[in-house]
Write a new protein. Sequence first.
Length: 560
Amino acid sequence: MSYKQPTTLRNTASLILLLLLSSISYAQKFDADATYTNAIKSYKGKDYQTAAKLFSQVIDSCGNDISSSRLYNGACIYALNKDTANALKTLNILADKRFYYNYQHIAVDGDLACLHSLPEWKSILEKVKLNEVTLPQRTKEEAKDELLKAKAILDKDNGKLWGENIWSDKTIVLGNNGEIYSLYPLKGSSTSDSVLYFKKVAPNELSQGNTAQKYEGEMFATIMHSYLNYNSATIIHELFHVLQHRHIKLYGNQIDYLDNYDAREWLRLEYQALRNALKSANELKEKSIVEGYLRDAFIFRKLRQDKYNSFLKEELEIETLEGTASYTGYILSTYPNKYQEAINEIDKREAADTYTRPFPYATGLAYGLLFDHLNVQWRNGLDQVYNFLEIYEKRCLGKALHFTSKDVDNAKNRNNYNGIHKLETERKETNEKNIAYYTNIFFKKPTLSVLLADNNFAQSYDMNGTLRLKDKGTVYSSISGRDTQGKNFGNFSTIEGKAALGVSGILIKHEDKNTWFIFPLPTDIKGNTIVGEHYTIELKEGWTVEKVDKKGNLRIVKVQ
């Protein structure tokens, strides 16, 4: 069924007036990630007063809705700044609400030494110890409950959304200490109720991330335990990838041009127009208002994609890969307000240091919801690449989207161009500092490098923490790698809590068909363990480190 263009989509004076009257004001958003990164930098520089001030700003903005690792680091910062009240308060939140359980670490962490003489310290340690004891059973119960909830949702949908049932028992929850859980009877697993199966796996046997990956010769959806309570959205997202993988193979790497300054501005304007459209839909405003903001979003998208047309194929593929998964996860989840969740997703992706990989999680969800709101029939199976602009032109306009420079100016005014331009100008300075920082680390100082023997090397990384060094490669501030076939050097990971853009980083560069991993020079090498300031490497047997030149460069090589 086609969707004919409503007359209200035309650029009439009445529509412009209506949009101006309903325009949503834009407030400059606090950048919690950047502030946290600066707090860690001050912490590492032993400026604990500044670090505590910055971390308090993060808490004031986000409340306690930040990761447990960040909360723990905040407690350390407070303790080092002699703010014992906030340190204890934060640790109690971790112990009581996040069930923090790493007793061996917290008991000897020197950053918290000033708390050891306080009566509250013993109570915190007792709670952490109890959390450690009860962790396996709590994880097991939560994994079972959340998997069964997702199964019930997808069995109820039973293919209504995409024509096929998305559920598969081949779903694994990644627990702690190597424990994994599944409704599928894994080889060598145990069960106490014939519903949930569990077993321990060797380190690096599975990539530790929310992803679709092969295990025991079959494709599984894997979900980290900490993501289970997202109203089934994450489980459904990854299960959708498993189903999608059976139909089509899509490009999934970053789109480098999206960190160009003009591209970021166009994308942020598109984000703002989508945010305005979603808010208008959520508030049940007239359809013409939603349509007007949607048209603004596509104006910005068309300007950006026309300029960078050589990237379009890869961009559409990754948006189909992650965008439709994001849409599916949220639309079938038990979140009560999908529009607000889509706005939250835009806020999160817009706040990222890089736009090259995270963008489709926001755009795919937003366009899917808005097309649904306007009764646009856009879903057409899993074996195709989705081009949202093309769908809009065919199903809404019935022709190509045309606009004048005046239309662009009006769209900019409705979507806070001045505020966005100011923020992007400021970001440009920070970005150039980060480029200079990493250029110094990887191209002026000695490094440790390794050439991959083949591409069977699984990688999990923070998509919000990457930086493109033009033709020199991409820096990943938080990343882990796992040799899946035993042909490469081993496994590595940045250290949790120490990984942040502008602080840590591993460079990956591609030359012809070769892939190089480049690490900052290590601080210690003992046997097969290599330790850097922000990373660790475990070499496989038969690999070693050798000196390359007088400058001090090192290389990991296979022993001949």
